[in-house]
Design a protein. Sequence first.
Length: 143
Amino acid sequence: MKKIFLFSIIIGLSFSCAKKVSEESKTPKDQESKPAVVVGGDADAHGCKASAGYTWSSLKKECVRLFEVGTKLAHAEDGKTYSTVAYVIFEGNQAELFLDTQKEPILLERKSEGESWSNDDYQLIPWKGYVLKKADKVIYTGE
């Protein structure tokens, strides 16, 4: 009698476990596979991750965080200051200018020590920090 009772318990448990396993293997319509979102998968053509604050510097030839390596310039027009900023990275007689209004950075060059950096309409003058002019109009100032 004990053998029959034990045997029936084992068979009952095996059927109940088999049903649970088959239910778990089914994918409900609500849980269909969704495309995985990769965190930090926003690398640009140079491998710089914007979500981590990195931008490609053609002057340095590496990914940089502008707020760590660049000189910050505050937007200053008509004697007012605004919340937008620009960053400049210096390397020898060259300067790389990052503006929020430009998609690509602007490379500025100077002829010799103590002179201003320039490129077309842009001129970066070392005076009481730095003054950035566009077409002889002050647009940014900074230290």
